[in-house]
Design a protein around this ligand. Structure first.
Ligand code: CMC
Length: 370
């Protein structure tokens, strides 16, 4: 079977999540995304994905304490981050940070994967914000904070103060929504790397590379760049219609698997609305809603998770270039679950291609070549 972009191809089995299956909500290990977003914290979801079950009270307490204890950055990593310029893309910074950590704290045995995962869940935010402050103001920040959650810790380091309860929970919910999504491009990339029996950090760095593109995780950044071009909904509608006329793709819309809606979108949309009500950029919400309406009326295409994540993150005071890195901080949990699952499969992923190049031809000496 051959399919452009492997669309519709079933490339393996997984027990980790279901996406777009008839009659089934998106779920992580059997738990509906709606229940997880309403009742869980990101730490519970990270534990579910990495360790295979929802933690009980004691396990969650111990896991949260473990993550808090793993936030610091080794000196060698700080030195590396300090070499990266302010105009580097934060996704490149995280990819580099993961690579450097893989040299400093190498995975010596596959048994260690979960510990390396916890280390990344705890320290990716530290890396990102350490680099951000050093590159932009020369300040070497402390990467500890009194916030116990991954979401709160990131916001505290970024803004230098404890976040509001709404911002903390919005970020927490967003990390839950982004954590896992079956055989998407970055997860599949991590699985391909894993299938060669490569190491944990290589699989994660490769996943970051795949996530960076605007057809995948990079869409949240591009969606923000679009939304903030407008100050009112009518202006947005006019430009949207022109863009569609020019057959441009609108980032943050559409999906390879979902046909009518992305179940994650309504959840983050509610947060965007809530946060817009206390913002001096409240107009970004009606602008976004109008873009959604035009896309549906004109193309029957719906927003995916990335679209309303953009305004929600903006309302939390996050610089646009950090939107996709936040996706990484969350998705590292899903990637880890898949890396561990793929190691259990133990079969090299190596498809074949139909050859469509030139027929066999005589080898020309260099002097005779045009
Ligand atoms: N804007 C305008 N037209 C679109 C869009 C869009 N966002 N998405 C799909 N279409 C059109 C596309 O032009 C094509 O039309 P036609 O048949 O007339 O040529 C048709 O719908 C099918 O699109 P496709 O790109 O062939 O479909 P796909 O299954 O290969 O693409 C997709 C899925 C997500 C890459 C695509 O919808 C897209 O490029 N969306 C924008 C990028 C984006 O938001 N990515 C995030 C994906 S979800 C979360 C994540 O992973 O980060």
């Amino acid at each position: 079977m051959k399919a452009a972009g492997l669309a519709g191809v079933i490339a393996g089995d997984t027990v980790i999540s279901t996406v777009g299956k008839e009659g089934l909500d998106l779920n992580y290990r059997g738990y509906s995304i709606r229940d997880l977003a309403a009742h869980s914290t990101f730490e519970e979801v990270a534990y579910l994905l990495i360790y295979g079950k929802l933690p009980n009270v004691e396990e969650l307490k111990a896991y949260t304490a473990k993550l808090v204890s793993l936030r610091s950055l080794p000196d060698g990593l700080k030195v590396t981050l300090e070499q990266l310029p302010a105009n580097a893309h934060p996704m490149d910074v995280l990819r580099t940070g993961v690579s450097a950590l893989g040299c400093l704290e190498t995975e010596n045995s596959f048994e260690e994967a979960r510990d390396h995962a916890d280390r990344l869940v705890a320290s990716l935010g530290s890396m990102l914000v350490y680099w951000y402050h050093f590159a932009n103001s020369g300040k070497r920040i402390e990467v500890e904070s009194s916030e116990s959650s991954v979401a709160g810790h990131f916001l505290d380091l970024l803004h230098g103060e404890a976040p509001s309860e709404d911002h903390r929970r919005c970020m927490d919910v967003s990390l839950i929504l982004y954590a896992e999504h079956e055989f998407n491009a970055s997860t599949f990339t991590s699985r391909v790397v894993t299938s060669t029996l490569s190491d944990y950090h290589s699989a994660i760095a490769a996943g970051i590379g795949a996530l960076r593109g605007p057809l995948h995780g990079g869409a949240n950044e591009k969606a923000m760049e679009l939304i903030e071009r407008f100050t009112d909904a009518d202006e947005a509608e006019k430009e949207l219609r022109d863009m569609l006329e020019r057959k441009e793709k609108i980032m943050g819309f559409g999906h390879r698997v979902y046909r009518d809606s992305d179940p994650r979108s309504d959840i983050i949309k509610e947060w965007s609305l809530k946060l817009s009500q206390n913002s001096d950029k409240a107009f970004l919400y009606p602008v976004s809603e109008r873009i959604e309406k035009v896309m549906w009326d004109e193309k029957h295409i719906f927003p995916n998770l990335d679209f309303y994540s953009a305004s929600a993150y903006h309302y939390c005071g996050i610089p646009t270039a950090m939107f996709t890195p936040l996706f990484v901080i969350s998705r590292v949990t899903g990637w880890t679950a898949h890396i561990i699952e793929e190691r259990g499969v133990g079969k090299l992923i190596r498809p074949t291609a139909d050859y469509t190049g030139p027929s066999p031809q005589a080898y020309p000496s260099i002097e005779t070549r045009s």
